[in-house]
Design a protein around this ligand. Structure first.
Ligand SMILES: [Zn+2]
Length: 502
């Protein structure tokens, strides 16, 4: 296997380089050669010698772990040896994605002609009592739809469609799911399974609208506001200058010491810095970096907990297992990150700031958040539909958006364009958002399995044991099995939304 490990290590080095360049672009807006870094990787993957080497290993009789390692590499390299046309198209897609990503990272919204940051818009949506002002802030986010389409977003969608067809898959959704080792049918039953819960969600929303809005309907521009009403404490100003010690102390409960890991944080806003939150897994077990934009609000710790969860996950993987680490499903990665993000509402974390008197409001918020998160499935399905319908104009995209949300939740179209493009995933990470939701389904499953096994009601009763359980039962085997297999190994049952819904 030595030769295979050697080329895997070379590829890993190039990907590490690309990841570092992306970090610079996202944190400062500078591009120090991302296209060249992509080209280097493409050339390497297109190299016939490398392909022949991997193909030769595929023919060997190998033990299951080595078989898995070879398969992971083979899945990465195979698509580069089908046709020149596919390779050219792939390069065009990468180039366009990078161009649009620059537009997204440097774009700034305006409110009444004045530049306003994403964090500021979120604060208006959360705190402003005047509904019309909230509505204005909500629709400010649609300002980037047009520039993104002018930059070539529709071309990008069409190129991806063409790529999937040339590749031989039914559509880009099927192509992406298969590339991520998921069954293309995995979403087939969701609408049916969700139906009764969406009714429950809609009546809960109506109940809150009556309580806090004096109306019958909660609109998207009321969401953050209502959440702030349910749990005002989440908007409490907290000093974040000591964020690192706060996080370190929290993760020590699970026997995880951040001081042992090399995680870099860049958490305050700057010009030309991306306005969202990310973890850049520069190199597993060696270097992990976190980008966020916080302004001293308690709820912003959720992003730091989530992204730190990614960082810790990366350091719990074995750095020398380059191939198996590549085989870790994005769902497992987001599941672990969301698991830690969820502690925002738990005493184990909030006790750093508040006493027990906040328990009820945070509990109610956590419950409502869980139910309301079903609305995120609208964004997941809208992403799918972009690749299953003909798109020729921004108007087509907007109509499709309204249709998806109407079919799923019974929403009526707005009188203004829906904000969609600001969510970078449609551009940079297509067919990815299910990872967050399925990650939550997975962490509910993990929690329930742990509590049953250890006879506890909450993982916080035995945090050290839970830390070990996570490492031994989830993280260690996570590269060895495809997601659906891993889910079944841990839970004893097939993947199903019921773990989340029931
Ligand atoms: Zn994440």
């Amino acid at each position: 296997m030595e030769k295979l490990f050697e080329i895997a290590a070379r590829l890993d080095e190039m990907q590490t380089n690309l990841s570092k360049l992306s970090w610079v672009q996202y944190t400062s807006g500078y591009d120090f050669g991302i296209e060249k870094a992509y080209k280097e990787i493409n050339d390497f993957l297109e190299d016939k010698n490398n392909y022949e080497l991997v193909s030769e290993y595929m023919k060997r009789d190998l033990d299951p772990v080595n078989r898995r390692r070879v398969e992971i590499f083979y899945n990465t390299i195979r698509s580069y040896h089908l046709s020149d046309e596919l390779n050219e198209l792939n390069e065009k897609i990468q180039k366009k994605t990078n161009e649009l990503s620059m537009i997204l990272n440097t774009f700034r919204f305006k409110l009444d002609g004045k530049e306003v940051s994403s964090v500021e818009l979120t604060q208006i949506l959360s705190n402003e009592d005047n509904r019309e002002l909230r509505k204005k802030a909500y629709f400010a986010r649609n300002q980037i739809n047009q520039p993104l389409v002018e930059g070539g977003f529709i071309d990008l969608i069409n190129m991806r469609k063409e790529y999937a067809t040339l590749y031989g898959d039914k559509d880009f959704v099927e192509y992406s799911l298969k590339q991520n080792e998921l069954s293309p049918t995995i979403f087939n039953n969701w609408e049916n399974e969700l139906k009764p819960y969406i009714d429950k969600l809609n009546s809960k929303r109506q109940e809150y609208a009556r309580k806090f809005l004096n109306g019958d309907e909660m609109m998207p521009w009321d969401e953050d506001y209502i959440m702030a009403k349910i749990a005002p404490i989440q908007n409490r100003t907290v000093d974040m200058s000591n964020y690192y010690e706060t996080l370190r102390k929290f993760f020590l409960n699970f026997g995880l010491d951040l001081d042992k890991f090399n995680i870099t944080y860049d958490i305050f806003s700057r010009k030309n810095k991306s306005e969202w939150g990310y973890n850049f897994p520069i190199k597993d077990g060696v270097d992990s970096r976190i980008l966020a934009n916080v302004k001293n609000k308690y709820h912003e710790y959720k992003v730091l907990l989530h992204e730190t969860g990614h960082g810790i996950h990366s350091f719990l993987l074995k750095p020398e297992e380059i191939l198996l680490n590549q085989g870790v499903s994005g769902i497992i990665a987001e599941g672990i990150a969301n698991l830690f993000g969820g502690f925002l509402y738990d005493e184990m974390f909030y006790r750093n700031f508040f006493d027990k008197s906040v328990e009820l409001q945070l509990k109610e918020l956590a419950e409502y958040n869980k139910l309301n998160y079903l609305r995120f499935i609208g964004s997941i399905f809208f992403d799918h539909e972009l690749y299953r319908n003909e798109i020729n104009s921004l108007q087509d995209i907007e109509n499709l958006y309204f249709k998806v949300f109407e079919d799923l939740f019974g929403d009526k179209p707005f009188d203004d364009a829906p904000p969609f493009a600001y969510r970078i995933h449609y551009t940079t990470h297509p067919i990815y958002m299910h990872n967050y939701f399925m990650g939550d389904v997975t962490c509910e499953m993990i929690r329930k399995v742990f509590c049953k096994k250890y006879g506890v009601n909450s993982v916080t009763e035995k945090p050290k044991e839970f830390g070990d359980f996570l490492i031994n039962e989830v993280i260690n085997p996570s590269g060895l099995y495809k997601y659906e297999e891993l889910f079944q190994r841990i839970s004893g049952e097939e993947f199903s939304l019921k773990w989340y819904l029931e």
